[in-house]
Design a binder for this molecule. Structure first.
Ligand code: M6R
Length: 623
């Protein structure tokens, strides 16, 4: 949600900002803008600093066209993509925003909860505010806190500002009378800064905007203030004390954030899933299928035996990966397992304490609901583990332990390869907990571990059959409603398949545990409602088969996702897509792939904006 980028350096600032904003487009936005300050120097005829703000509703490509028509110059600038919260999607509400006297200009991610109170207190006539945003109030407040004493005074003003704002914010600020400096302030919303070998300073809400310049970054913590200049980066705490911050090396390179020859990021990411599985298992699973997470999790047998329960908490796709893992975990441990959506977990009265292992699953590590749930579990004394793709994320920095997904950057808003990575890591975690607690036999560990190692090849064989899924998409892309059904581990796969379809094609899709169909949703069935049934070869296959017959009896077209060699569906389903055989408990790793591709092809046929679906943001940083 909202993207921020800031730059000081020798390149064309507007180009760097636009490129940075494009690399953050996946975050979701509805308007975009930049501000560049042009300071007088010996080579220029400029007499006083000139602030150029260019902004508008729509995509970054439109901003780029505006800049091509009216270029701006300068050595430092800030840019923003806005996902509207306070005030409609208008040019005036788009960032950057200035204070009323235009002494400073800033961009903001997050929500300032007390902005009405501050607006009243600032006693500026209402008609003088240009926008409806909380951000303009922040600009005005900061201007009132800064008397014009230059860089040193600015830090004090930012400390005071931090004390006055309630809510979440990442702020990037330029002040007209402080040339060559950009200021950052963070609370709640992510902000990362970096300094390149060529003497360029950058800041952004996420690393893809910084990666072309440096792979060594500093993640700001809550309350941190940063000052960026061509000389380097300096940091202060919320109390105004000077800070030393450690750099984190990002092992993603810039090629990972391009489309790599694919038409869409989502398609690229679906096709990367075999590789994601391999890297998620590397150094965690031996060639014999034995799991060892001791290099990442310093847990002893005594720690694991002290746990009475495991809570797994997540949102969206991460929640569905957690539901898949729940079914596996409950077969190999004797613990009480509970999986919940983060937005509910924190409002329930659940037993959570020092005897709880609390696992928070989040691709981005920035999801506001998941963070709030983690803070609650932590405050109650639970051992908190993050399963995340982003090692420097807020979640990763707050928990006791981390298991990283190793999926590489995921740019498509619809999560695909990180679902795969999450399932892999959660399965390894399950095996490890079972092993530590002594509830897992070596033979079973090796049989699951050995089969996990084969899954990348099996995924790659599914990816060879994309043409078949494209043809299925042609057959069904005019449907307005879909039903997805599955039992056992296939139920969360049905949920994920339905989510993918609705997110990117805007077709209504509902998922049910197959046995629930006759308790209501069957009323929807007719020849216009395709039913996608996930039914790999397992103990529940016969029961799901009966549900297929029930759907067929209502003339609903049935698409079955089944195991290779299963001939029983040939006459029952209208279309069958076969996946390679595997252990029943591992089937989600295979059955989800055709569902992702099916959703992709349907959305493509409908001409949807697949990588940036309407209304969605890649990381949901508000509750
Ligand atoms: O970054 P997170 O894994 O915490 O994100 C959770 C959800 O917002 C995310 O999975 C969302 O549902 C995706 N759009 C799914 O494709």
């Amino acid at each position: 949600m909202c993207g921020i980028v800031g730059y000081i350096g020798h390149r064309n600032v507007a180009d760097v900002l636009v490129k940075g904003l494009q690399s953050l487009e996946y975050r979701g936005y509805d308007s975009a803008g930049i501000a560049v300050i042009d300071y007088p120097d010996e080579e220029k005829s400029v007499q006083s600093p000139a602030v150029h703000i260019v902004k508008g509703v729509g995509k970054v490509a439109e901003l780029k066209s505006m800049l091509a028509a009216s270029p701006v110059s300068g050595r430092q600038g800030i840019g923003h993509t806005r996902w509207a919260t306070h005030g409609g999607v208008t040019e005036i509400n788009a960032h950057p925003h200035s204070d009323l006297s235009s002494r400073l200009v800033l961009v903001h991610n997050g929500i300032v909860e007390n902005y009405r109170e501050l607006r009243a207190e600032l006693s500026v006539p209402e008609e003088r505010y240009k926008s409806e945003t909380d951000t303009e109030v922040i600009a005005q407040l900061l201007s009132s806190l800064y008397a014009g004493g230059g860089a040193r005074e600015m830090i004090g003003a930012l400390v005071a500002l931090h004390g006055r704002l309630r809510g979440s914010f990442a702020l990037v600020i330029m002040v007209k009378d402080i040339p060559g400096k950009i200021y950052c302030l963070r609370k709640g919303s992510p902000l990362v800064v970096g300094f390149s070998e060529e003497g360029e300073a950058l800041c952004a809400s996420d690393v893809p905007a910084i990666l072309p310049y440096t792979q060594d970054v500093v993640y700001l913590d809550d309350g941190d203030i940063a000052e960026l200049s061509a000389e380097g980066m300096r940091f202060w705490s919320a109390a105004g004390e000077s800070l030393e911050k450690n750099e984190t090396h990002i092992d993603w390179d810039v090629s990972m954030v391009d489309k790599g020859g694919y038409s869409h990021y989502m398609l690229k990411e679906i096709n990367e899933q075999g590789a994601v599985l391999r890297s998620s298992m590397a150094r965690r699973l031996s060639g014999e299928g034995e799991v060892d997470l001791s290099a990442e999790l310093p847990w002893t047998k005594e720690d694991a035996l002290a746990w009475k329960r495991i809570h797994i908490v997540a949102c969206g796709t991460s929640y569905y990966a957690s539901l898949v893992a729940e079914r596996f975990l409950e077969t190999i441990t004797d613990l009480d397992i509970r999986v919940d959506v983060a937005s509910e977990y924190r409002y329930r009265n659940l037993p959570v304490g020092p005897d709880t292992l609390a696992v928070f699953v989040s691709q981005s590590g920035e999801t506001a609901d998941t963070l709030a749930a983690e803070r609650l579990a932590k405050a109650r004394g639970a051992r908190c583990l993050a399963v995340t793709n982003v090692i420097g994320s807020t979640l990763a920095r707050e928990v006791d332990d981390i298991l990283q997904l190793k999926a590489g950057p995921e740019i498509g808003v619809a999560a695909t390869k990180t679902f795969m990575g999450q399932m892999a890591v959660l399965y390894l975690l399950s095996l490890y907990v079972g092993k530590l607690r002594g509830t897992l036999t070596e033979a079973y560990e090796k049989s699951v571990g050995g089969e996990l190692l084969l899954l990348p090849y099996k995924i790659e064989s599914i990816l060879q059959q994309q043409e078949l899924l494209y043809r299925l998409a042609i057959l069904h892309s005019d449907a307005r409603d879909f039903l997805f059904l599955g039992r056992g581990v296939s139920f969360p796969v049905a949920l994920e398949g339905a989510l993918k379809l609705k997110e990117i094609s805007y077709i209504h899709a509902e998922a049910y545990a197959a046995g629930e169909m006759k308790h209501g949703p069957i009323a929807l069935l007719d020849p216009r409602v395709p039913v996608v049934v996930i039914t790999p070869q397992d103990d529940l296959h016969e029961k799901t088969f009966s549900n297929i017959l029930e759907a067929k009896a209502r003339k609903a077209p049935v698409i079955a996702i089944a195991s290779e060699g299963d001939r029983s569906l040939d006459s029952a389903a209208d279309n069958v897509f076969n996946v390679p055989t595997t252990l029943p408990v591992l089937s989600p790793f295979l059955t989800v792939v055709p569902l992702q591709l099916f959703a992709f092809f349907v959305a493509k046929l409908l001409g949807c904006d697949i990588d940036q679906p309407r209304n969605l943001a890649k990381s949901v940083t508000v509750e």
